[in-house]
Design a protein around this ligand. Structure first.
Ligand SMILES: Nc1nc2c(ncn2[C@@H]2O[C@H](COP(=O)(O)OP(=O)(O)O)[C@@H](O)[C@H]2O)c(=O)[nH]1
Ligand SMILES: [Mg+2]
Length: 440
């Protein structure tokens, strides 16, 4: 890095006013935690159209491709997948779901207003005509919203892989599909029962019989809704939880801070962000996760904290740790791995080393910077090199790691320069992947 470049970049770093940064990047992610009331007020949410980053299997598929025909449903699914797979931000487009009690009362109100067909003078005929029409209307009014939910809640396989992981982390395995299946099953029951009772009512011989069959049909549909309406209310909660999820834009280079808890990740996000970082609340986190933006020239980048990784097997990891792995697996992030050698963060240096080796091995293709944090607390003697890898790690972290301190500001300018270069490389990667995909 020559002096001119360093100086130039640092100038750019400082020159961007925080307000303009915030507005220029406001479409990158939610700027504030989204609450229930936020949605109830119908406030619009950010929507993104980003390309699918997972293209690894494309070539293998192309080689083994044999033409085949598709049935109508398959074609519809394929079209949908082609449309949806390109994007993240599906959660922000989920339909508003009405509580089951509201769907029922609105449907009953509307059905009650349905008159008999004109020109029927016979009282019995008029009653059975009106009864059948009202039951048919009630069935349809109950089914229409459910059908809309079935069509507009995307199938999990059509989602961006990152959002697929979020569904599982937020709701638990299989819950999303389970709830949608229950809503669909209720829809079918309503259709069957509604048709059955409308037909019975249409066969009534007297006014009295038509009225009885109408009220019997209404109470059957009500019972069904009361018995199985919980599925709709579960869907209300699911939509709320998913819509509240922070939106990430995979087409923007992102620097992702990784390391054990308390090593100084959030402190570094604050230092690296131009402007004030936002707090992203994932529904399964108790603490918000910082998301900042870095701007220089025309370049806008994201910098994000991840919840701390502990040294343990994946099966034992909690959702916060799984979120970190999902970010690294499914989003094109560059990594800033933070090592704390002071012995103060609560995770031993040996354990940090084990996690570091594991993550580095798994994500070896990611662009990467290592930093040793809190170097104001490290003694000079500690910072030297030894031949033994673990011993060397304990003293100065991985080879080439940059020593930084948020307190003394040591190494921060050099860190910003390295981060800048890393994000520019990351941008280059994203662009060339886009070109490759377009060429395919
Ligand atoms: N002495 C010192 N303390 C630091 C430094 N960076 C962070 N800390 C402290 O370390 C603790 C954990 O920092 P935090 O950024 O929340 O860590 P995270 O859990 O990895 O995000 C906080 O008490 C910070 O004030 C540093 O450079 N020097
Ligand atoms: Mg933190």
């Amino acid at each position: 890095m020559n002096t001119y470049k360093t100086f130039h970049f640092l100038q750019q770093w400082r020159l961007i006013p925080s307000s303009s940064t915030a507005s220029a990047t406001s479409t990158i992610c939610f700027t504030s935690p989204i609450t229930t009331s936020h949605f109830q007020k119908g406030k619009p949410s950010a929507v993104f159209f980003c390309r699918e980053m997972q293209s690894g299997t494309g070539q293998g598929i192309a080689k083994s491709f044999k033409p085949r025909s598709f049935n109508a449903q398959e074609l519809q699914d394929l079209e949908k997948s082609a449309m949806v797979l390109e994007k993240t931000g599906a959660f922000q487009k989920l339909p508003m779901v009405m509580p089951s009690i509201d769907i029922l009362s609105s449907a009953k109100r509307k059905a009650k207003r349905v008159p008999p067909s004109k020109g029927i003078s016979n009282i019995a005929k008029r009653s059975r005509n009106q009864g059948a029409k009202q039951l048919d209307a009630l069935m349809k009014e109950l089914m229409v919203p459910l059908k809309g939910y079935m069509e507009n809640f995307p199938k999990r396989r059509f989602l961006h892989p990152y959002e697929r992981s979020l569904i599982e982390l937020t709701l638990g395995e299989g819950i999303y599909e389970e709830v949608l299946a229950s809503v669909n099953s209720l829809r079918k029951k309503i259709s069957f029962t509604g048709k059955q009772h409308a037909s019975l009512c249409a066969q009534s011989l007297t006014k009295r019989e038509a009225e009885d069959r109408l009220s019997e049909g209404i109470s059957k549909l009500e019972q069904l809704f009361e018995l199985h309406g919980k599925a709709i209310d579960d869907l209300v909660r699911i939509a709320k939880a998913l819509r509240a999820m922070p939106v990430v834009n995979p087409a923007k280079p992102t620097l992702c801070l990784v390391g054990a808890p308390n090593v100084g990740k959030s402190s570094l996000v604050r230092v690296l962000s131009t402007g004030k970082p936002e707090i992203c609340n994932y529904p399964f986190t108790t603490r918000g996760i910082l998301m900042g933006h870095i701007s220089f020239g025309y370049g806008h980048f994201q910098v994000t904290d991840t919840p701390g990784l502990l040294t343990r097997k994946d099966e034992e990891r909690n959702n916060l740790e799984k979120l970190t792995l999902a970010v690294l697996s499914h989003l094109p992030t560059a990594v800033l791995f933070v090592h704390d050698l002071t012995g103060e963060c609560g995770t031993s240096v040996c354990n940090q080393f084990i996690t570091y080796k594991d993550i580095k091995e798994r994500f070896k293709d990611h662009l990467w910077i290592d930093v040793v944090s809190k170097c104001d607390l490290l003694e000079e003697a500690q910072i030297n090199n030894s031949k033994e890898e673990v011993e060397s790690y304990k003293r100065s972290g991985p080879n080439g790691a940059l020593l930084v301190s948020v307190k003394s500001e040591k190494g921060l300018n050099e860190l910003k320069v390295r981060v800048h270069d890393l994000l520019i490389s990351q941008m280059g990667r994203i662009k060339s992947e886009m070109v490759e995909e377009e060429a395919m």
